[in-house]
Design a protein around this ligand. Structure first.
Ligand SMILES: NC(=O)c1ccc[n+]([C@@H]2O[C@H](COP(=O)([O-])OP(=O)(O)OC[C@H]3O[C@@H](n4cnc5c(N)ncnc54)[C@H](OP(=O)(O)O)[C@@H]3O)[C@@H](O)[C@H]2O)c1
Length: 291
């Protein structure tokens, strides 16, 4: 039995789809919202309710029967360290329930030295998995290409792309390629190792400005900014404080070369070359023009 956590999330949902397409199973998923997964349940997937934020929940009972598990990192922004608390609850319960192999969606450069405030949660989760006596596989996902759809439309409108990343590069990867890699890791991945899940190339913000200029037919230039000033500007624009810290943290990590990790690991796991950012953005040209 393969268990995918967070079944109503976009990544998990797609992994379940891919596993069903490949005839893998039996399959189980846990979610905070089982009612959203009636269609998945109708296709033979066991759907159970679980919220890793609730200490009182009997997660071991919920996970019982699973042998492999994709632990999808949660997305809470209630406080740095909260994600780890949730992951720890899930990991300890999974071990108690007899899960033998846990595939975990981590982050590129998951070390305390990273300026990304969430890196510590991934670092602690990876270390816990190494310690609890289970087989583990880490999928260190680079930055989602989808995240570019938050910043690039405004850049296209203004003709300026701002970031506190200097000349640094990131190997943006689509959620679809992360999902394919995760399905591959569950079915064929090695254990006790990490995969760097990235797109095929690392791009700077100047590269991104060039790409959107070409795609949208409007000049866009990259304007590097200083991290603290950028955070204040994002806050002044109404961005939530934790999100602003996270946003600038990612910029700084890019600037320090921590996201400059283009590998062939996604293809190794999925059997398919990951999509280039330019092609991904071309498919979303309409959203880019709506800034
Ligand atoms: N590399 C990147 O650039 C990047 C960007 C964004 C997110 N991420 C990470 O990748 C994960 C998957 O991405 P996504 O696009 O699928 O995100 P998403 O659509 O926002 O889904 C969030 C996921 O977190 C799960 N979750 C949240 N709170 C939970 C809780 N208390 N207990 C159990 N599960 C909980 C959700 O499960 P249910 O709702 O089904 O319970 C769902 O699977 C995110 O959660 C985040 O950790 C990475």
């Amino acid at each position: 039995m393969i268990l995918v956590t967070g079944g109503s999330g976009r990544l998990s949902r797609r992994v379940i789809e891919l596993l069903l397409e490949q005839g893998a199973g039996p399959l189980m998923t846990t979610t905070r919202s089982p009612e959203a997964l009636a269609e998945v349940a109708a296709r033979g997937v066991t759907v159970r309710q679980a919220d890793f934020a609730l200490p009182a929940e009997d997660l071991a009972g919920v996970f019982r029967g699973a042998r492999k598990m994709l632990l999808v990192s949660t997305n809470t922004l209630e406080g740095w360290g909260k994600r780890f608390e949730q992951h720890e609850r899930a990991i300890r319960a999974a071990v108690e329930a007899g899960v033998q192999h846990i595939v975990y969606t981590s982050l590129a450069f998951p070390y305390p030295a990273s300026p990304v405030p969430l890196a510590r949660d991934h670092y602690d989760t990876e270390n816990l998995l190494r310690e609890v006596g289970v087989e583990y596989t880490f999928l260190r996902n680079n930055i989602y290409a989808e995240s570019l759809l938050f910043s690039l439309p405004e850049a296209v409108r203004k003709g300026r792309l701002k970031a506190a990343a200097g000349d640094g590069r990131a190997a943006y990867v689509t959620r679809e390629d992360c999902a394919r890699a995760a399905a591959g890791a569950l079915l064929r991945g090695e254990t006790r190792c990490s995969y760097e899940i990235s797109g095929p190339e690392a791009l700077s913000f100047a590269d991104l400005a060039g790409i959107v200029s070409r795609l949208c037919g409007r000049p866009v230039v990259y304007e590097p900014v200083e991290a603290e000033a950028w955070k204040q500007e994002l806050l002044a624009g109404g961005m939530d404080a934790m999100l602003a810290e996270l946003w600038v943290g990612f910029d700084r990590a890019i600037g320090e070369g921590m996201m400059d990790l283009a590998t062939r690991d996604a293809e190794r796991l999925s059997g398919r070359a990951p999509q280039r950012v330019e092609e991904f953005l071309a498919q979303h040209r309409e959203s880019l023009m709506k800034g």
